[in-house]
Write a new protein. Sequence first.
Length: 551
Amino acid sequence: MASQEPEEGLSGLSTLLLAPHPPWHLGPRALTTAPARVSTGQAMQAKYSLWSRFFRMGIWGIRALPKLLELAGQSLLRDEALAIAALEELPTELFPPLFSAAFAGMRRQAVKAMVQAWPFPCLPLGALMKEHKPHLETFQAAIDGLDVLLAQEVRPRRWKLQVLDLRRNAHQDFWTVWSGTRAGMCSPLEAEVARPVRKRRRVEGARAWPKQTSAPVEVLIDLCLEAGTPDASLSYLLRKVKQRRGSLRLCCRKLRVFSMPMQNIRKILKLVQLASVQDLEVNCTWKLATLCRFAPHLGQMVNLRRLLLSHIHMTPHTTPGREERYISQLTAQFPNLQHLQELYLDSISFLEGRLDQVLRCLKNPLETLSITNCLISEADLMHLSQCPSISQLKDLSLSGVNLTSISSKPLRVLIEKASATLQDLDLDECGIMDSEFSTLLPALSHCSQLTTFSFCGNPISMAVLESLLRHTVGLSKLSHVLYPAPLESYEDVRGTLHLGRLALLHARFKQMLRELGLPSVVWFSGNPCPHCGDRTFYNPEPILCPCYMAA
């Protein structure tokens, strides 16, 4: 039976490249005068490979390549069958621009076929979805192509795909690099997959490629689990992962957990390779008991580098014994997190008196420790200053931790121990007064790597601020400092600033900076807005919060 021919009028790169005797000698005019009909049979029986024909194009062909790509995209949008037939001989360099055209044009069959023949180790579909708002059925076609590929006992000859990357902010330049005339350029994704490509080497003298059924394909995704209608694309992907368990691995680098029911969270995480998670945020108003139900999943995230726990609270009727049991269940997972570098604890109600219990389970030094808006005791701060995990800290934040009734000695020891590596220090809203702050100044003067220091919201006098300048004049890397408005600039105990006094103190402070040879940009901060919590900064004119502007 004769093969069915595509519709009349098909022109462009696909027709030219698939013709048995392409008219390169005719030059650019061939684009409009070449035969407009080509059968699928002719396409599959072309005498020469497409890539060799590109070399035969000569200088004219190189100059005309952008136009050829445009015409090829137009042909693809007209006749998917022809494009699919061309995939076996399509040069590697043409896959990205033609796939982009097929995806943007919602050519589902072409997308499905090109996924199966993708000639790179990684397909960065997420970056393309960011550029072109994806149509659900087009996305499903890409997943179906992967599904068909995995179902085959013998993979296609050109098969190289190891990773389908659905992250929106990864490989932003891939589609741009391959959209122009970059013939001969190596793909930036060739080195994306660190593992060697298994079962890809041909045995000398063999005619067929070996079966490649043991190497799974990874799907990379950033997950955000929150309440509401389930995302249709994610639901479809999860269904395919469940069907192809073992051959299709769902990997997640960044996991955000918000207000989703725990049973739904656990169903999804059963399908995720939890060892792939490197960045976890649990940002929801969970009870401690709920966090403990999540804890076994946390313990499987053995490559976790960043952990944020926020707004975890205890119910008033929780007995002390049960509370201890919950905390032990949580901290028992921490020894598994041997790659943890950044720990953020925000608004955690159970931390007071137990900080040592949390931190001593960590096996390696941290680079970032942020304990914010929490209650801690003097014993907690003392344990923190003696903890081995803080010896290499780069970022330390105790913002919103009330230290008014706590001795400044543990904090001074903590800063001294981290002084060789500390780069960013945040002591906002700690209730530190003149006498306590003065005892910290010698330790601060040893922080040779410090670049950013913020201590807004502390009641500090102008004299102590000037003393701070003298102690930190030798810190050559310190370039960003946010100062509290001096006590002398307030009119009353309610925190009303006298702008005239503030301007005079600001000018005096700038003059002192100039005399010390330091950058003369000074930012004073007032008390937070009672409505939105934003601060007003003065330089010396105020940068007002939106609430004030609206009024």
